[in-house]
Design a protein around this ligand. Structure first.
Ligand code: MG
Ligand code: ZN
Length: 212
């Protein structure tokens, strides 16, 4: 597998993000920037969505990780084009690397593009990629306090996913507090409760992504 090595450029991110946004709009591409901490289930959710949608929708995936190509290899086993970016220690993706990756992928019109950001709840929200939607995933074992602690992430979200729902019976997770934390900073984003293990809730999220 070929891996794109990211070189960070500090200036001009917003300009490049604007160019990406225009490209996505002109080609009716829905680009979903998925942000979450490591282990929240980003790749598992992408795999679940692929399982539901691959016969009816063109899907491509950009995988951002500090190192390795494990995630992109998993996606390619599903018959989906995936491109792996290694940031070499960098803790977020930027608009430049997305622009280059999109050129490499030669995306077709009407594609649903998942951009799996580097696992990190802090700085990825500060870098506009030109994406259509920002999706933030928080998993049950991380605890219900995440929206209170990582405000900018939850504030920026267009859609929020509570993952690993199947673990709710085993963990002290206060769902009411979780929603309270979200709504204190973000009144609009819909919240989907899902389990990639059982598949529960994923269909509802997919319907929203496709129709919304
Ligand atoms: Mg992953
Ligand atoms: Zn960063």
């Amino acid at each position: 597998m070929e891996i794109r090595i990211m070189k960070e450029i500090m200036e001009g991110n917003d300009k490049l993000a604007g160019e990406n946004r225009k490209f996505f709009e002109d080609n009716n591409i829905t680009a979903v920037n998925i942000m979450a901490s490591p282990g929240a289930g980003k790749t598992s959710l992408i795999m679940n969505i692929i399982g539901i949608l691959k016969d009816q929708k063109k899907i491509s995936v950009i995988e951002g990780d500090i190192a390795s190509s494990i995630d992109a290899e998993k996606i390619e086993k599903e018959g989906i084009t995936a491109l792996q970016i290694n940031t070499g220690g960098g803790c977020h993706l930027d608009a430049n690397v997305i622009k280059l990756s999109v050129e490499d992928l030669a995306l077709q019109k009407d594609t649903l593009l998942f951009i799996e950001n580097v696992g990190n709840l802090i700085c990825p929200s500060a870098f506009d990629l030109g994406e259509t939607l920002k999706m933030v995933i928080a998993s049950v074992p991380e605890g219900h306090d995440k929206p209170f602690k990582y405000i900018s992430m939850f504030e920026a979200a267009d859609v929020i996913v509570l993952s690993k729902k199947d673990l709710l019976p085993y963990i002290d997770f206060d769902k009411e507090a979780f929603y309270k934390g979200i709504r204190a900073v973000n009144q609009k984003a819909p919240v989907f409760e899902i389990s990639s293990k059982t598949g529960e809730g994923v269909k509802e999220l997919v319907d929203w992504l496709v129709e919304g």
